[in-house]
Design a protein around this ligand. Structure first.
Ligand code: GLU
Length: 458
């Protein structure tokens, strides 16, 4: 049997982390099994569905490296199919027209509640053939009348419900529109979905859906209902995936972090895409809810900031720099800045803040640092440094280090006496990476310009 899975968001909003975790488990399972990953947009809620959300969903999946193999398939394009399926079920005696009026149903409901019973449609039209003409009707599915429905869920194990709990639910409303629990099954059957992987908030729907598969003449697929993620509404966890992207999280890190919400592989925390595909399986998906932990996400992101090839990280970073108004190109210098600075930031936003002095000399000097380190007696030594820097043949940190040590010896100054004023001149403060690398990462002309400007502070 070939594995075919689908991710089926509605396009009434952007994807949040919970949706993306569902998409990811579908994607990883498909890749692990050599199967097909399909995107279906559940857009039957016409009042709330928006094309812009469809676009946000497909963009997000692409950014995360989970481009579907098939789709997007839209439910609103398939209305004829649903109607055909309803007609067929009526013809074959698996569904029936119900002429009960809303008032009648409401009265039944109130009566049940008053008598302490669970409200449930009585099935009064199930076997009737005396259909009134020209009266509105709904179509209901015939649920089995006795026994139990058991699902052997890949995550939850065996789950059983007594059919007593279920009633003949509406599959088509009186206005001719099909209902959610019906269209999902028609689609999953038509798309030959082998495994339905979704949040466990859908488990109750599954008991209604299984008899619909059977009525349609299909074996139900396997199911995997994923435990919810706790804490998503707190600390910004409910934000959309696009928000995380804008906050400077890397797609590799989000995928890595989300993979661990419910799934594990020993105590390994960091996974490449290929490792996830290789190791993923439902044997290692747990039944208990997982917790959204922003600090851990930050940690995973900072690890990916170190792991990604510098040139790739630079590529991801450019939009953040451009948003700050910095005019940058993907060149050797940008890659050098990435290499020098990436350990100092957890996100691309932080990297931008930490590194802004490379792109603009428009910063304030830290006055405390100036008072401490910029003393007038250093002037001759700094001037000697500037002269030496102008003459270095190979602009690299070794040559720059050699020059600093030579000037230090000549003026009998410890390295810090030259290093700190250099840092302040180049960056505004004393907190920066190794000074020789820092100098080497700037253009020579810019270093000299800033050192000259710095001497004004002496
Ligand atoms: N549109 C449903 C949701 O977003 C999909 C449920 C399913 O996967 O069957 O929750």
């Amino acid at each position: 049997m070939s594995v075919r899975v689908r991710f089926a968001p509605s396009n009434t909003g952007r994807l949040h982390l919970g949706n993306v975790r569902t998409a990811l488990f579908n994607y990883l399972f498909a890749r692990n099994q050599g199967g097909t990953f399909i995107l279906r947009i559940e857009d039957t809620d016409r009042a709330r569905s928006r094309d812009e959300y469809t676009e946000a969903i497909t963009d997000a999946l692409e950014w995360l490296g989970m481009t579907p193999d098939e789709g997007p398939i839209f439910q609103t394009d398939r209305m004829d199919r649903y109607r055909e399926a309803v007609d067929r079920l009526i013809d074959e005696g698996h569904a029936y027209r119900c002429y009960a009026t809303p008032e009648e149903l409401e009265a039944e409901r109130e009566k049940a509640i008053a008598e302490g019973r669970k409200p449930k449609y009585s099935g009064k039209w199930r076997d009737r053939t005396d259909h009134p003409e020209d009266q509105p009707y709904t179509v209901r599915i015939k649920m089995p009348q006795e026994g139990q429905i058991t699902i052997d869920d890949m995550v939850q194990g065996e789950v059983t419900v007594d059919v007593e709990e279920l009633d003949d639910f509406i599959i088509m409303r009186s206005d001719g529109t099909p209902t959610y629990n019906f269209v999902v099954v028609v689609d999953d059957a038509a798309m030959e979905i082998s495994h339905v992987i979704r949040g466990d908030d859908h488990l109750n729907n599954t008991f209604r859906q299984v008899p619909v598969y059977r009525a349609l003449g299909h074996e139900p697929p396997r199911f995997a209902h994923l435990p919810l993620i706790d804490g998503l509404s707190k600390r910004g966890g409910s934000a959309s995936i696009q928000d995380y992207r804008e906050q400077g999280y890397l797609s590799e890190a989000l995928v890595n972090y989300l993979s661990r919400l419910g799934w594990s592989h020993g105590d390994q925390e960091l996974f490449s895409h290929d490792e996830l595909v290789e190791y993923f399986g439902f044997d290692s998906v747990g039944r208990s809810p997982s917790n959204f932990d922003r600090d851990k996400l930050d940690w995973v992101n900072s690890e990916w900031m170190k792991k990604l090839p510098a040139s790739e990280l630079a590529e991801c970073w450019i939009p953040f720099l451009e948003r700050k108004g910095f005019d940058v190109e993907h060149d050797e210098q940008l890659v050098a800045i990435v290499n020098l600075m990436r350990d100092r930031a957890k996100t691309l936003v932080e990297l931008t803040e930490e590194s802004s002095y490379f792109f603009s000399a428009d910063f304030d000097y830290d006055q405390k640092a100036v008072d401490k380190w910029m003393s007038a007696d250093l002037k001759p030594a700094i001037e000697a440094l500037i002269e030496g820097l102008e003459e270095i043949d190979d602009w690299n940190s070794d040559a720059i280090g050699t020059l600093y040590r030579a000037v230090g010896d000549e003026y009998d100054l410890g390295l810090a006496k030259l290093a700190q004023p250099t840092r302040i001149s180049l960056t505004g403060s004393t907190s920066s990476p190794s000074v020789f690398s820092l100098v080497a990462t700037f253009d020579r002309d810019e270093v000299i310009r800033r050192l000259h400007a710095g001497t004004e502070l002496l």
